[in-house]
Design a binder for this molecule. Structure first.
Ligand code: BES
Ligand code: ZN
Ligand code: ZN
Length: 504
C-alpha cells in the first residue's frame, strides 16, 4: 500500500472510494465534506438524514455517487464529539478506512485529512497518525497461510491519497506520512518476530536479525557474545536459565550513534528475549504454555526500534541489549533450589524456574549498567500478575526515577500506548530475601507479583535511572484490541520509545 499526499480537490478526485467526515451533531457539513456535498447536490445531507447518521465516532455512511463526481463511492466517517477529538482517534479512523475499503474492494482511496480542519490539530501530526492507523490495521501475519495471503492481496488497498489544496500544508502532510511510515515499519518488524513460532525463531535467529539490522548501516554497530564468552564474563544467571535448552544462548548488543551531531545522551534499551518459556522444570500447564513464543516480545520491540533508527535519527546514542535464550526442562536444566551467581556477583536462589525472565535480566541489566548509560529502559513479558492487575491493553510501568516514568506516560498518550504505574514499595523488598543466597527469584506468595519482579530487577541496575515496562499483557492481542491492533503480536513500546528518544 502506498500512502501519499496530493494537491487535489476532494470533489474532483478520481478513485474507488472517497472518504470525508463529520463531527457529531452537525446538520450542515462544512469544509471539504461540505464541498463534496455541494458537488453531489446535497446527497450527503439527504442520506445522513435518511440513514440517521449522527456522526458518532467510527460510524460510517457509504453510498454510490452515480457518477455525479469522479469518485465511485463516498464514505462519510463519524468523528464523534469535537472536544474529545485527538490523534489516537485519527489512528483509529485510519484503521476503519482500510478495513472498510478492503470490504468494499476499493483499491484507490482518497481521503480528507481528519483533524486538520476545525479540530485545529497540526497537519503533520494528523497525517502521521492516519498513516500509522492505516498501515497497522493493514497488517496480517500470513506467512504460513499462503492461500489466504493470495486472497488478501486481491482486496488490498493499493493506494491511499490524502487530498489537500494548500501547498504549505501538503509539505507538512508529506513529512507526517514519512514519519508515520517509519514508526509503523518498526512496529510491524516487532509484530512479525512476536508472531513467529519458536520452532522457527531460536536465539540464534534473533542474532541473525540483529546482523541484518546493523549490516550496511554506518550508524549501527553490533557485538554478539556467545556462551563461551558469557562464561568468561560470569553471566551465570543468564546461562543458568539457558542450560535446559538445546539452543545456544546469546547476548546481543546493538549500538546506534547519531551520524550528524554529537550525542546528547546515552540510552540503553534492554529487552527480555526468551524465544520460548516452557516454565522449565516448574513446567507450565497446557493453557499457560501455548502462547509462550511471545516471551521475546521485549527483544522484538528493541529490534523493531533498531530496524528504523537510521531513518528516525534521534540525537541520542542508543544501546539495544538482548539476552536471547530458551527456558526448557531437560536433564541439564536449572533446578528449583539451585543457586546461580550473577554477573554482578549477587547470588540468586531459584525458587521457581518459571520466574526465569528476571534471572536472565539480572545479567542483561547489569551488563547494560556497565555501559554507563544515562538511562536504562527495559521491556519484558515478565509476569502473569501484570495481566491480572491491568488487563491486556495497559502496560505496567515502574522505576527508580519518577521523571522518566512521567515522561513515558506522557509520550504514551501521544502514541496511543496506555501505561499505568505500579509502586516499587521498599517494604516489599524483604519478600525477596533468601536464607541461602543474596536473593530469591520469587516473592513469598502470589500477591503483588508484577511489583515483586520489578523489585528484583531494581537490584541489578545500581544507581542508573531506570524504568521497567512489564508488557506481558500488552505485547500480544488474543483478539483485536482496537481498530489498528489486530490479533497477534502488537509491537507495543516501539512507537512509545521512538517518540521518547526524541524528547531526551
Ligand atoms: N513469561 C512469563 C510471564 C507471562 C505470562 C508472559 C503470561 C506473557 C503472558 C514469566 O516468565 C512467568 O512465567 N512468570 C511467572 C512468575 C511466577 C512463577 C513467580 C508468572 O507470572 O506466573
Ligand atoms: Zn516463566
Ligand atoms: Zn517468561
Amino acid at each position: 500500500m502506498e500512502i501519499k499526499a496530493e494537491k487535489l480537490n476532494l470533489a474532483e478526485a478520481k478513485c474507488d472510494l472517497l472518504v470525508v467526515n463529520e463531527f457529531a451533531g452537525i446538520k450542515v457539513p462544512g469544509g471539504g465534506t461540505g464541498a463534496v456535498d455541494k458537488a453531489l447536490g446535497g446527497m450527503i445531507r439527504k442520506l445522513a438524514q435518511e440513514e440517521r447518521f449522527r456522526g458518532e465516532f467510527g460510524e460510517t455512511l457509504v453510498f454510490h455517487t452515480h457518477e455525479k463526481i469522479p469518485a465511485k463511492k463516498v464514505m462519510v466517517l463519524g468523528l464523534g464529539k469535537r472536544d474529545d477529538f485527538n490523534l489516537d482517534k485519527i489512528r483509529k479512523l485510519g484503521g476503519i478506512t482500510i478495513k472498510k475499503a478492503r470490504d468494499l474492494k476499493a483499491k484507490n482511496v482518497v481521503t480528507i485529512l481528519h483533524g486538520a480542519g476545525v479540530a485545529g490539530l497540526d497537519p503533520a501530526d494528523c497525517a502521521r497518525s492516519l498513516t500509522e492507523g492505516a498501515m497497522l490495521a493493514n497488517y496480517r501475519f500470513l506467512k504460513y497461510r499462503k492461500q489466504e495471503a493470495k486472497k488478501v492481496d486481491k482486496v488490498d488497498v493499493s493506494d491511499l491519497t490524502i487530498a489537500e489544496i494548500n501547498a504549505p500544508k501538503i509539505k507538512k502532510i508529506k513529512k507526517g506520512i514519512e514519519l508515520g511510515e517509519i514508526e509503523s515499519r518498526g512496529v510491524i518488524y516487532a509484530r512479525d518476530l512476536v508472531n513467529e513460532p519458536a520452532f522457527h525463531l531460536r536465539p540464534k535467529d534473533l542474532v541473525e536479525k540483529a546482523k541484518d539490522i546493523s549490516q550496511g548501516k554506518g550508524s549501527i554497530k553490533l557485538k554478539v557474545y556467545d556462551r563461551i564468552e558469557l562464561e568468561k564474563m560470569n553471566a551465570w544467571a543468564f546461562l543458568g536459565i539457558a542450560m535446559g535448552s538445546a539452543s545456544e544462548p546469546y547476548l546481543i548488543h546493538l549500538k546506534y550513534i547519531p551520524p550528524k551531531a554529537k550525542a546528547k545522551k546515552k540510552i540503553a534499551l534492554v529487552g527480555k528475549g526468551l524465544t520460548f518459556d516452557s516454565g522449565g522444570l516448574n513446567i507450565k500447564p497446557e493453557k499457560g504454555m501455548s502462547e509462550m513464543k511471545i516471551d521475546m516480545a521485549g527483544a522484538a520491540s528493541v529490534l523493531g526500534i533498531f530496524s528504523v533508527l537510521d531513518k528516525w535519527q534521534p540525537s541520542v546514542e542508543v544501546h539495544g541489549i538482548i539476552g536471547a535464550c530458551e527456558n526448557m526442562p531437560s536433564g541439564s536444566a536449572v533446578r528449583p533450589g539451585d543457586i546461580l551467581t550473577s554477573m554482578s556477583g549477587k547470588t540468586i536462589e531459584i525458587g521457581n524456574t518459571d520466574a526465569e525472565g528476571r534471572v536472565t535480566m539480572a545479567d542483561t541489566l547489569y551488563y547494560a549498567q556497565k555501559q554507563k548509560p544515562d538511562q536504562i529502559i527495559d521491556l519484558a513479558t515478565l509476569t502473569g500478575a501484570v495481566i491480572i492487575a491491568l488487563g491486556s491493553n495497559i502496560t505496567g510501568i515502574m522505576g527508580n526515577e519518577q521523571k522518566m516514568v512521567d515522561k513515558l506516560i506522557e509520550q504514551g498518550k501521544i502514541t496511543g500506548e496506555k501505561l499505568w504505574q505500579l509502586p516499587l514499595d521498599k517494604d516489599y523488598e524483604k519478600q525477596l530475601e533468601s536464607k541461602i543466597a543474596d536473593l530469591n527469584n520469587i516473592g513469598g506468595g502470589r500477591s503483588g507479583g508484577a511489583i515483586m519482579a520489578g523489585l528484583f530487577l531494581k537490584e541489578f541496575v545500581g544507581k542508573t535511572p531506570w524504568v521497567h515496562l512489564d508488557i506481558a499483557g500488552t505485547s500480544y492481542a488474543e483478539k483485536d484490541i482496537n481498530e489498528y491492533t489486530p490479533i497477534g503480536g502488537t509491537g507495543v513500546g516501539v512507537r512509545l520509545l521512538l517518540h521518547y528518544l526524541k524528547t531526551v
